[in-house]
Design a protein around this ligand. Sequence first.
Ligand SMILES: C[S@@+](CC[C@H](N)C(=O)[O-])C[C@H]1O[C@@H](n2cnc3c(N)ncnc32)[C@H](O)[C@@H]1O
Length: 332
Amino acid sequence: MLFLPQSQPSHLSSTTLAPPKHALPASYVSCTSHLRVSCSRREDDYHATLKALNSRGRTPRKSLGQHYMLDSSINEQLVGVAEVRQGDVVLEIGPGTGSLTNVLLTAGATVIGIEKDSHMATLVRDRFHGNERLLILQEDFTKCHIRAHVNSVLDASKSVAKGSFTAKVVSNLPFNISTDVVKQLLPMGDIFSDVVLLLQDEAASRFVDASLRTPEYRPINVFVNFYSVPEYKFKVLRNKFFPQPNVDGAVVKFKLKQSMDYPPVASPKSFFSMVNSAFSGKRKMLRKSLQHICAAHEIERALQNIGLPITARPTELTLDDFVRLHNLIARV
Ligand SMILES: C[S@@+](CC[C@H](N)C(=O)[O-])C[C@H]1O[C@@H](n2cnc3c(N)ncnc32)[C@H](O)[C@@H]1O
């Protein structure tokens, strides 16, 4: 049986805030019209409550990657890495119990939380009942129209504060959707300046540190470096989560590039199609895996032109090498 609190636990401190500078658009229903928000910055007692509730029947769902953060200093570090400032618009994927949401709101951000689990969406709405800087949408992030949601809030911010705003993403992600999230968000440098994610440690290393000439080097690394400058920030031990996962986590900051800073290819679509083909099959030599794009001797000539052996395999090419190869052989 689900046992959820109907209102904020009494042991949490509450503060009355000044009216928000950037109210959400009228088309969105905010939590209520009161202006009360919980502002517990030290240990997030809400989790202790949740834990107690869970022990009475509400078990976190593994299929939804529900591993809640127990240590609010980690949430504060996440918000620090993203350099969240008053007035920023922040997208949070999977607010869960709202422990990270709490720190984002306290930093002065307007937060859009996308939560798939209807019980958790209700719980987090109840927790921040009345905070007009919070919009909780009960949706599956991998299927929702994120650009429309964020632009709508950004436009409202601009019309109120007459500034030019970009948004950020800060999230303790369900580990099973990390690759989908990275693929969806990194090409959105026109709306997001930074994407800061708490990921599975192994995935974090794969996104940031996969070395050339190793099996870990995959098309996703070319993709990540095409659209962003990634940085591994810090490790988060597994005992910081409830329930404890079998793996450690790590925080990665992706600084997103604007389209004018993307590597010079005629079309990203044809570029990534070439990169994916290059890695398809059993890591064949490029002159074989790219045969459907052009003749083997042309690929060999292009590789020589770049300064690579004619027997080169995809794991030997940097992003820059792939760009040059594409520009030499692709027929867009
Ligand atoms: C790792 S928990 C993090 C919860 C909370 N942010 C915290 O730090 O404690 C992941 C959250 O993402 C939610 N979630 C899982 N899959 C999702 C999806 N596809 N779209 C949106 N939310 C999702 C889960 O229900 C859960 O609340």
